[in-house]
Design a protein. Structure first.
Length: 65
């Protein structure tokens, strides 16, 4: 699969997970990390953006359990 398409899908999935998090001052870090991943994808750094999104999704999943 094309890295760009894969990256876009993972960013979309991560954004959906992020919507489940209540926006409190202590959770703003997650929004910042998500925006950094989006910026990296925009700069063509797909592998790094994918790794960041996967780690963020894993951490957000632990918050919900």
């Amino acid at each position: 699969m094309n890295k760009k398409v894969n990256c876009e899908n993972i960013i979309k999935e991560t954004g959906l997970e992020l919507r489940k998090v209540q926006l409190l001052p202590e959770n703003l870090l997650y929004v910042t990390v998500y925006h950094d991943a989006c910026a990296l994808a925009g700069a063509g750094q797909y592998s790094l953006a994918i790794d960041i999104c996967n780690s963020l999704k894993k951490h957000l999943g632990m918050l919900h359990s």
